[in-house]
Design a protein around this ligand. Structure first.
Ligand code: FPP
Length: 224
């Protein structure tokens, strides 16, 4: 969800208001994803690298997450959205953890759309956590190194509950992954859109899906 800061700057507004507008775009996108029949939507809302930002901006982002869960949980639940959080619990306050745990628990039975919120997430950190878990099994003598395969690594990731993403969309014109879904996104189609996240609409999502449909996906083979 990139470009909130530049969206705000272009309007002479503080960055925090850009993130607030970003939450409005997120709300509309969740609704659009559900209406378009997507099964999973994963949004990058706070990266492990975002701790390098000024404390005031970090506080604003945490407040927005709190507000989003408090204000939107009932409606998301009613709309059949299952909320999952992917990321590290390290460094997060008790109140945030309790709030998101409650949202995950409340919505765990919903089946219409899974909304993965990547919060305190980094793709490399996700792999390190998975490798540590697997190494512990080896250390305890419960697993042999040769038994480690791709499926086991996928099952050990924070994204274990979700299928690999088909499509990764990055807004704001930047052309990089920035540590997002490094393992599970190995074969994702990448779409870069030249608009700031607060300007992302249902039409933007439809446009990205149309472009995705025209891609020839071969997964390393020769295709049909
Ligand atoms: C990137 O734009 C965006 C972020 C680092 C935060 C995204 C967060 C939200 C939209 C809301 C909070 C989360 C939830 C789940 C309610 P940027 O700040 O890097 O913008 P810039 O590149 O233009 O400076």
């Amino acid at each position: 969800m990139d470009g909130n800061g530049r969206w705000a700057k272009a309007r002479g507004l503080p960055r925090a208001l850009g993130h607030k507008a970003g939450v409005d775009a997120l709300r509309a996108t969740v609704e659009a994803a559900r209406d378009l029949g997507l099964s999973h939507l994963t949004v990058f809302s706070f990266s492990t690298e975002n701790w390098n930002r000024p404390q005031s901006e970090i506080d604003a982002l945490f407040d927005l997450l709190r507000m989003f869960v408090r204000r939107d949980l009932a409606r998301l639940h009613k709309d059949g959205v299952r909320i999952r959080i992917i990321g590290s619990r390290e460094g997060l306050s008790e109140d945030i953890l309790a709030l998101v745990d409650d949202a995950v628990e409340t919505t765990k039975g919903n089946t219409r759309l899974t909304l993965n919120i990547a919060f305190n997430y980094g793709g490399r950190g996700e792999l390190v956590a998975a490798i540590r878990d697997i190494a512990r099994l080896v250390e305890a003598g419960n697993l042999k190194a040769d038994q480690i395969d791709e499926a086991m690594i996928s099952r050990s990731l924070w994204t274990a509950d979700s299928p690999d993403p088909d499509l990764v969309i990055r807004t704001s014109g930047e052309l990089r992954l920035s540590n997002f879904l490094l393992w599970s996104g190995a074969y994702a189609e990448l779409i870069f859109m030249d608009l700031w996240w607060p300007d992302f609409t249902k039409e933007s999502l439809e446009k990205a899906i149309d472009a995705f449909r025209r891609r020839d996906r071969r997964f390393g083979g020769l295709g049909a």
